[in-house]
Design a protein. Structure first.
Lengths: 111, 112
């Protein structure tokens, strides 16, 4: 069974204090790993898709990396508007194309 | 280009009632998936529709049913509502077997 574990569950940062969120996964062959941002009461907003170990993608202050067992979402010099829950999901190769989601990391950035 | 849209935004129902939620996929997408998200949890897959048929189903009872129309829009129906059905219901669309899903804003269902 595919599993996704995100850590920490919650993270509080000061504005400008860089940090990383972790997504550990177990899947029988990875087709893709996805990162989403979700604001309270809203639907998840797609951020990145990573396909293979060693791949990196960037968007503004966010950078996602992928290894064979985990992915990191690095946040550089965060701003209060980066406060949100960040969700990770994996899609297994072959068979089901349904992604398995983690429970998310709730990030709060204080000014 | 309109993204995924859902209606209504919020809904309050009483135990035992039935509810229908609606979703229009992103332009160019023909596959619609429905998720239930409880507070503090990740989205849980309910089912996926393609070509007006249910292709895959998650671990949800038969009280949860759906439909997809020829224009790819979709409905989620829940019968005999329970208090535990209170959640944010998310619709996501994608090209068939495509990578990544785009989510709508969700419908907040409260069952009293």
């Amino acid at each position: 069974e595919d599993q996704v574990t995100q850590s920490p569950e919650a993270l509080r940062l000061q504005e400008g204090e860089s940090s990383s969120l972790n997504c550990s996964y177990t899947v029988s062959g990875l087709r893709g790993l996805f990162w989403y941002r979700q604001d309270p009461g809203k639907g998840p907003e797609f951020l990145f898709t990573l396909y293979s170990a060693g791949e990196e993608k960037e968007k503004e202050r966010l950078k996602a990396t992928l290894t064979k067992k985990e992915s990191f979402l690095h946040i550089t010099a965060p701003k209060p508007e980066d406060s949100a829950t960040y969700l990770c999901a994996v899609q297994a190769a072959g068979g089901s194309y349904i992604p398995t989601f983690g429970r998310g990391t709730s990030l709060i950035v204080h000014p | 280009d309109a993204g995924v849209t859902q209606s209504p935004t919020h809904l309050i129902k009483t135990r035992g009632q039935q509810v229908t939620l609606r979703c229009s996929p992103k332009s160019g997408h023909d596959t619609v998936s429905w998720y239930q998200q409880a507070l503090g949890q990740g989205p849980q897959f309910i089912f996926q529709y393609y070509e007006e048929e249910e292709r895959q189903r998650g671990n949800f009872p038969d009280r949860f049913s759906g439909h997809q129309f020829p224009n790819y829009s979709s409905e989620l129906n829940v019968n005999a509502l329970l208090l535990g059905d209170s959640a944010l219901y998310l619709c996501a669309s994608s090209p068939l077997q495509g990578m990544g899903q785009y989510f709508g804003p969700g419908t907040r269902l409260t069952v009293t």
